[in-house]
Ligand binder design. Structure first.
Ligand code: NIG
Ligand code: FE
Length: 411
């Protein structure tokens, strides 16, 4: 069924097909068409242009007078399958404990893993479904979801099977990432090798066999996985067809940047704590640096030096990190606001980072992230506003009136 959106004040992020990620100075440019229409058919963007060329449509028509239309957000980093929230840690942090101190006393990822192992696949599925519906209302059209709260063969596979079911049942486009190396299970505290062997010899073969993941991720950090361990796990993932995306430099700089580059990571995520050497290496690479400002906001840790990354001509990407510990929110408009307010991104830079570059960070650039003929019709229609800066400016408000996924208006 065709859907026509007409009288659009500005149709934004209009791009030719086949372009690369948006880097450096180009991030400040957001190409668009004033007084435009967009026509979708069978879930795909069929055509667009100025209103003088607008065709008649026998099917549904949305009049977007005074409104803006842009591609739905591509949130390339989340952990939104989880069993329970962790507000007790939130209160502990208010009282002065740090994320690392809470993890050291048994909270953090290990406490989520304990809760997840006791939760049924069915309950995990329904919880994640509700979160997906929540982020869709805020304009997200594609999302990556990681495992990593299982930390045992059985529970990691359970998480990944939930994600696989969500891919089929939910209208959002979903990418799955295997993050078995998210923490060291308590029983393997003094035997990292034992757990790494489980990852490489027991989990990965089943994941490949059942096609349960697109990417592999490792939390390369002090107290979690060393750069050498990270390399071995990423390489094992690559042998099973999973492209690397890694958590690096969230709290400390221990050599993870080099590991990500050497293993052709698609993206390196977090990057809150960057040395001059880290930045220089990153600048020489083709990796997509993905920054997560709502994680910095929630934990009170530094914001990643996004402006420096842009000055180094890098293809900056913005994502939420939606998870129960460090970022209990999948709100992309808020991420855009923080990107502008705390990282000094221009609204155009933030939108490029949250759409086309997010699609690249998930390997979805052929099908999502821009208004391009032949891409999926995943679109946001705002309320009546003058221009794009109003979205990050209005932090905490939802200015998105309508979300179209696969050419259908979502209720
Ligand atoms: O990206 N840093 C590692 N993983 C998550 C937090 C996980 C948790 O605290 O549950 C993150 O911030
Ligand atoms: Fe994360």
């Amino acid at each position: 069924m065709a859907l026509l959106i007409k009288n659009i004040r500005q149709l934004l992020q209009v791009r030719d097909e086949g372009m690369g990620p948006i880097r450096g100075k180009d991030l400040a440019m957001l190409p668009g068409i004033e007084n435009a229409y967009v026509l979708t058919a069978n879930g795909i963007i069929e055509d667009y242009g100025p209103m003088r060329d607008c065709p008649a449509n026998p099917g549904p028509v949305i009049d977007a007078t005074g409104k803006l239309v842009l591609p739905a957000w591509c949130d390339s980093h989340t952990h939104l399958v989880f069993a329970q929230t962790r507000e007790e840690e939130f209160v502990d942090r208010i009282k002065g404990l740090s994320y690392e101190e809470i993890a050291a006393k048994g909270g953090g990822i290990l406490s989520s893993a304990k809760k997840l192992s006791a939760t049924s696949e069915e309950d995990l599925y329904h919880g994640a479904m509700a979160r997906l519906n929540g982020i869709m209302r805020l304009g997200t059209g594609a999302v990556e979801i990681k495992s990593g709260y299982g930390l045992s063969v059985e529970a990691e596979l359970k998480m990944l099977r939930v994600i696989k079911r969500l891919k089929v049942d939910h209208p959002l486009t979903i990418r799955a990432t295997f993050l078995g190396a998210h923490a060291i299970p308590t029983e393997y505290k003094d035997n990292h090798e034992g757990y790494i062997q489980q990852i490489t010899e027991e989990m990965l073969p089943v994941i490949a066999e059942e096609d349960l993941a697109d990417h592999i991720d490792v939390f390369c950090e002090t107290g979690y996985y060393t750069p050498d361990e990270t390399t071995r796990i990423l390489r094992a993932g690559l042998r099973h067809g999973l492209k690397p995306k890694i958590h690096v430099n969230q709290f400390t700089s221990i050599g993870g940047i080099r590991v990500g580059i050497e293993n052709n990571a698609v993206s390196m995520d977090h990057l809150e704590v960057m040395t001059a050497d880290d930045l220089a290496r990153l600048a020489q690479s083709t990796v997509i640096p993905t920054v997560l400002p709502s994680c910095s906001f929630f934990l009170g840790i530094p914001y990643a030096p996004a402006r420096q990354m842009i000055e180094n001509d890098l293809p900056l990407c913005l994502a939420t990190d939606y998870n129960p510990g460090s970022t209990p929110s999948g709100n992309m408009p808020f991420v855009l606001s923080l990107g502008c307010i705390k990282m000094k991104l221009l609204p155009e830079e933030a939108i490029n980072a949250a759409t086309l570059n997010g699609a690249f960070a998930m390997g979805l650039q052929q099908e999502l992230g821009s208004v391009t003929r032949g891409k999926k019709a995943n679109l946001i229609i705002t309320g009546p506003i003058d221009g794009i800066a109003r979205i990050p400016y209005s932090f905490g408000s939802n200015l998105i009136e309508t979300v179209v996924i696969n050419g259908r208006v979502m209720k």
